[in-house]
Design a protein. Structure first.
Length: 95
């Protein structure tokens, strides 16, 4: 039971990190779109596009940590659930 709580805290922390990265990218994109005329006049379209793409890549890397841990957590829950299919099948196999 204790490991479940510890894992829940780790999942929560990683999810918060992912959401911060998403918010950073969205805010930057909104800022660029708000001044798109200036971006185009200054010829910075490609530069800004690259920066947004970099933020998206960073966001996806951060999300991997959350998604991996969440997958492990879901699998652990399924393995230790007395009513899961795998538990029932194992029990029936030994009957």
């Amino acid at each position: 039971m204790g490991s479940s709580f510890a894992m829940g805290n780790a999942v929560s922390a990683r999810q918060k990190s992912w959401l911060r990265a998403t918010e950073k990218r969205i805010n930057f994109t909104a800022s660029i779109l708000g001044s798109i005329r200036n971006v185009k006049v200054l010829g910075l379209t490609e530069v800004m596009s690259s920066m947004i793409e970099g933020l998206r890549t960073e966001e996806l890397e951060i999300s991997k940590k959350f998604r991996q841990l969440q997958s492990i957590r879901v699998c652990m829950g399924a393995c230790f659930n007395p009513y899961s299919n795998s538990t029932i099948l194992c029990y029936q196999a030994h009957q």
